[in-house]
Design a protein around this ligand. Structure first.
Ligand code: FAD
Ligand code: SF4
Length: 316
């Protein structure tokens, strides 16, 4: 691990201001992803700004019947909150499908949205990777490379990595909005649909956040009702990332929402695919994965997504 300096911020605006002043500064929340990456020198921040203890660990009610989740709310606490369990069941189910109990006790809402990909070539500094070293090439697309875990849609010739978060897939189905503060103290709201970027030619740029901009909260709109389900298909029953995951909210009339994880650089959902829900899993997945560019090794994810959703639709 490279040497780095460390400070605790006084409040969110001060944290963002400091991040704007110091070249190479990064926020640290639970540290469950950032510290792992620092140990293997995939990430080498010169300075860490600790955003724990800034009063961002509460879940409060909003004026329009929704909930505001502070960026530092731990994944365990979010999953266990009575209001989340009652009105946003898809979120609780997605959270408990992720990582392990110990990790969820540390992992935060903001950090979870910003966790880096699990592409094995990204983690191996002996390999080329456009996300880690822009312009170096994509190890996952090299001859003989393994792409089984990687993306099938929204990818580019420069990068086929997926976003690994389970929580984000459920949040996409719930239409959450991300709240931020920037180094000059300005705040803004960003729909999660627009928060993560597709790789294009710049896979190192993963979100619309500006340098030094900090997540302060995530807001859930008022509950939409319906039956909530999250199914994660993976190589092991626990402690593994999704090959394919499906977040489903289904209304009694058969309409609803579907978001996919494990297939793209961001949680994957479209209005056109949602509209196909009354027509069944084949129609939804055909629409949602229209234009997919799988590799030979991961083309199975298309059928897996369809079967996973089909199984969930029989559970009513
Ligand atoms: C063994 C293992 C298994 C896992 N399995 C799963 C899984 O199955 N599913 C899943 O979804 N996740 C899984 N995870 C990932 C885990 O959920 C994330 O590591 C965690 O959510 C990250 O949150 P954190 O608070 O620890 O983030 P940190 O590690 O502290 O930070 C992550 C990134 O976010 C930035 N950041 C943090 N907070 C803010 C903020 N408020 N504003 C701006 N930037 C911020 C940091 O600078 C850093 O770049 C696993 C992790 C491990 C180690
Ligand atoms: S898929 Fe993306 S993260 Fe993986 S090696 Fe290629 S550029 Fe790097």
């Amino acid at each position: 691990m490279r040497p780095f300096s460390y400070e605790r911020a006084a409040d969110p605006a001060a944290a963002a201001a400091r991040a704007g002043q110091i070249e190479g500064a990064r926020f640290i929340a639970g540290g469950t992803n950032l510290l792992d990456l620092m140990k293997i020198e995939v990430e080498t921040p010169a300075h860490l700004i600790d955003v724990n203890g800034l009063g961002l660990d509460e879940i409060t009610e909003t004026g329009d019947g929704g909930l505001r989740i502070g960026a530092l709310v731990r994944n365990t606490d979010l999953a266990a909150d009575d209001r989340i369990r009652r009105d946003y069941g898809v979120l609780t189910r997605a959270l408990v499908a992720g990582a392990s109990g110990q990790l969820r006790n540390k992992a935060t809402t903001g950090g979870n949205l910003l966790q880096r990909t699990r592409c094995p070539y990204f983690y191996d500094t002996a390999q080329v990777c456009n996300k880690r070293v822009p312009g170096s090439g994509c190890g996952a697309l090299a001859v003989g490379a393994s792409s089984r875990q990687l993306g099938i849609i929204g990818t580019s010739d420069a990068c086929i990595a997926t976003h690994p978060s389970d929580m984000a897939v459920a949040m996409r189905a719930l239409d959450v909005v991300v709240e931020t503060v920037n180094p000059t103290g300005e705040t803004r709201t960003i729909p999660l649909a627009d928060f993560h970027l597709l790789p294009g030619d710049t896979p190192d740029k993963e979100t619309v956040l500006a340098p030094g901009e900090m997540i302060t909260a995530v807001t859930l709109p008022a509950p939409v009702g319906g039956r909530h389900a999250y199914h994660k298909t993976r190589d092991r029953a626990s402690y593994a990332f999704a090959l394919v995951s499906v977040a489903l909210i289904r209304q009694p009339d058969g309409s609803g929402r579907v978001a996919l994880g494990g297939v793209a650089p961001k949680p994957w959902r479209s209005d056109a695919a949602d509209a196909e829900l009354p027509n069944g899993a084949t129609a939804v997945i055909a629409e949602l994965l229209k234009g997919a560019r799988p590799t030979e090794e991961n083309v199975f994810k298309i059928a897996l997504a369809e079967r996973t959703l089909a199984a969930m639709l029989t559970e009513d």
